[in-house]
Ligand binder design. Structure first.
Ligand code: IPM
Ligand code: MG
Length: 362
C-alpha cells in the first residue's frame, strides 16, 4: 500500500536540503519500488508569510493524515521581531505537541571518515555511537504559567514552568529502556535532582520503570556533570534519557563530537511509533540560498523514516551505506571539510553523489 509522507521544507536552508532528500526518495520510488506519495505543506516562517500563522490548520491536518512527516528546519532573523507566540519555532512545537511526538531519538554517530572534522581529539571520539532520548512534549517548553508580566512595582518579570507528571516520565523512560535493550544495555538518566523537584520526581520514576528492565544497567547524572562527561569521555555513554530542555542542550553538544551538527538526523515518535523525521540542526539563515549547506542530516532523516515508519530497514541500510560511501569517496560540504585532501561540494552535488551510489547498487 502506498504510504503518504508530509513534506515540510520550512525556512532558511530547509528547502535546499529537502530538495536533496526528495531526490533520494524519488530514486527509491523509481528504482527500488518504494511505494510513497509526497505531499508538501508550509510551516514556520514560510507559513507565517503565506498565511499569518506558523502552523496552518491544513499543515497539521496533513501531518495527522500522513504515515510519516519529513521536516527540514524553521526560523530566521526575519521573524524574530514577532511575538514569541507566533514565531516560526511555535510551528515546530505545535506540530510536535499536535501529533503527540513525545519521544525524540537523537543518535550521535561518528563516521570514521569524519574523525578529523571533530574539534575533539580523534581518540576521544573514535567509534562514538550514542543515542540521546529526549522527552519532547513536556517540561519548561510547554509548562504554565509562562509569559512576561509587569509587577506592581512596574518592573517586568519573565516566568516559565518546568513540569512533568509521572505518566509523562514513565512513557519516555520505557522508550529509553527499550532502546538500551537493543543496544549495549546501558542507560544514563540525566537530571538536576539536587536542585529541581521536577527532576527529583524524574529520577524516582525512571528508577521505578527500570525494575522491569533487569538487563539494562541504569545510572544517573546531574546535567552539568553530564555536559562535562560528554566532552571528557563520551564513549562511556550508550543511551542517555533526559528532559526536553536538557535534551535540547545536550544533543547540540553531542552533535559536535561527531564533527558537524550537519550530520545528525532525528526521529520524533508518538505512542504508536508514528514519526516525524528532521535533522537536529536549525535553518542556518546565514548560509541559506548559497548551496553550501550539508544535506546529509536531512538524507539520514529519510533513512530513519524508512526504518521506523515505513518498515524498510533494507532501504534505510542502503541510504546509510550511500552516505558513508560519498564520505569515503572524499566528498565534503564546507562544514565537514576537516584537514584531508577532500573535494568540497555543494548541497546539490552532495545529494547527487548519494543518489549516484544508490543507483550503482541496482
Ligand atoms: C531542536 C531545536 C528546537 C528546540 C527549536 C528550533 C524550537 O533547537 O529541535 O533542538 O528547541 O526543540
Ligand atoms: Mg536544539
Amino acid at each position: 500500500m502506498t504510504k503518504m509522507i508530509a513534506v515540510l521544507p520550512g525556512d532558511g536552508i530547509g528547502p535546499e536540503i529537502m530538495a536533496e532528500a526528495i531526490k533520494v526518495l524519488d530514486t527509491l520510488k523509481i528504482s527500488f519500488g518504494l511505494a510513497v506519495q509526497l505531499e508538501e505543506a508550509l510551516i514556520g516562517g514560510a507559513a507565517i508569510d503565506a498565511t499569518g500563522v506558523p502552523l496552518p490548520a491544513d499543515t497539521l491536518a496533513l501531518a495527522k493524515r500522513a504515515d510519516a512527516v519529513l521536516l527540514a528546519a524553521v526560523g530566521g532573523p526575519k521573524w524574530e521581531p514577532l511575538d514569541i507566540s507566533i514565531r516560526p519555532e511555535k510551528g515546530l512545537l505545535g506540530i510536535r505537541a499536535g501529533l503527540g511526538l513525545f519521544a525524540n531519538l537523537r543518535p550521535a554517530i561518528l563516521y570514521p571518515e569524519l574523525a578529523d572534522a571533530s574539534t575533539l581529539k580523534p581518540e576521544v571520539v573514535e567509534n562514538l555511537d550514542l543515542l540521546i532520548v529526549r522527552e519532547l512534549t513536556g517540561d519548561i517548553y510547554f509548562g504554565h504559567p509562562r509569559g512576561i508580566h509587569i509587577l506592581a512595582s512596574g518592573e517586568k518579570q519573565g516566568i516559565n514552568t518546568m513540569v512533568y507528571s509521572e505518566s509523562e516520565i514513565e512513557r519516555i523512560a520505557k522508550v529509553a529502556f527499550e532502546a538500551a535493550e537493543l543496544r549495549q544495555g546501558r542507560l544514563c538518566s540525566i537530571d538536576k535532582a539536587n536542585v529541581l523537584e521536577t527532576t527529583e520526581l524524574w529520577r524516582e520514576v525512571v528508577t521505578r520503570v527500570g525494575k522491569a528492565y533487569p538487563k539494562v544497567t541504569l545510572t544517573h547524572l546531574y546535567v552539568d556533570n553530564a555536559a562535562m562527561q560528554l566532552v571528557r569521555y563520551p564513549k562511556q555513554f550508550d543511551v542517555m534519557v533526559t528532559t526536553n530542555l536538557f535534551g535540547d542542550i545536550l544533543s547540540d553538544l553531542a552533535s559536535m563530537l561527531t564533527g558537524s551538527i550537519g550530520m545528525l538526523p532525528s526521529a520524533s515518535l508518538d505512542a504508536q511509533n508514528k514519526g516525524m523525521y528532521e535533522p537536529i540542526h536549525g535553518s542556518a539563515p546565514d548560509i541559506a540560498g548559497q548551496q553550501v549547506a550539508n544535506p546529509l542530516a536531512m538524507i539520514l532523516s529519510v533513512a530513519m523514516m524508512l526504518r521506523y515508519s515505513l518498515q524498510r530497514a533494507d532501504l534505510a541500510d542502503s541510504v546509510e551505506f550511500a552516505v558513508r560511501q560519498v564520505l569515503r569517496d572524499g566528498l565534503r560540504t564546507k562544514d565537514i571539510q576537516g584537514k584531508g585532501p577532500y573535494t568540497v561540494v555543494s548541497t546539490r552535488e552532495m545529494g547527487d553523489a548519494v543518489v549516484g551510489v544508490l543507483r550503482s547498487k541496482l
